[in-house]
Ligand binder design. Structure first.
Ligand SMILES: [Zn+2]
Length: 153
């Protein structure tokens, strides 16, 4: 379920813009996320750290919590961005499980680093500027709501 180029570029841009709002005074490691909802809405999220380190929250979960708080629970794709040059920053383990609650296993998760710049060129998984993996690739043999009789993936 890959996205068309204009929608993908819009999602990546939202993720990068979300990164600008990151509250990361301790790690200085900014992360942005953007969730593409079924209705076309994009919900941004950023990492929010805390002086009590363990109280911080990642960008991906911030976006999901924001979306659910707005009554949105159906998503088509997620984008994640960081300041690391390569697109090597992927959702952490907790976020993968959190995403699993709301997204189907074939949901694409697009990752970009600072090597990515918006242009007229086609955005593709080249390993240098953008990488895309499905949720199932990032979280194989996962446990989800259907095991508790809540929904089928
Ligand atoms: Zn995380």
């Amino acid at each position: 379920m890959s996205l068309e180029q204009p929608e993908l570029k819009r999602l990546l841009k939202a993720s990068i813009q979300a990164k600008e709002t990151a509250y990361a005074p301790y790690s200085n490691f900014r992360v942005g996320a953007a969730l593409l909802c079924d209705d076309g809405t994009i919900i941004p999220g950023c990492n929010v750290e805390n002086a009590s380190y363990g109280a911080g929250i990642c960008a991906e979960r911030t976006a999901l919590v924001s979306a659910v708080s707005q009554g949105k629970k159906d998503f088509r794709a997620i984008a994640v961005s960081s300041d690391v040059p390569s697109p090597s920053v992927s959702p952490c383990g907790i976020c993968r499980q959190f995403i699993r609650e709301f997204c189907s296993l074939d949901t694409p998760i697009y990752m970009v680093g600072s090597n990515y710049t918006e242009s007229d060129k086609e955005v593709k998984d080249d390993g240098e500027t953008m990488v895309v993996k499905t949720l199932e690739e990032l979280l194989p043999m996962s446990f989800g709501p259907e095991f508790l009789g809540k929904k089928k993936v």
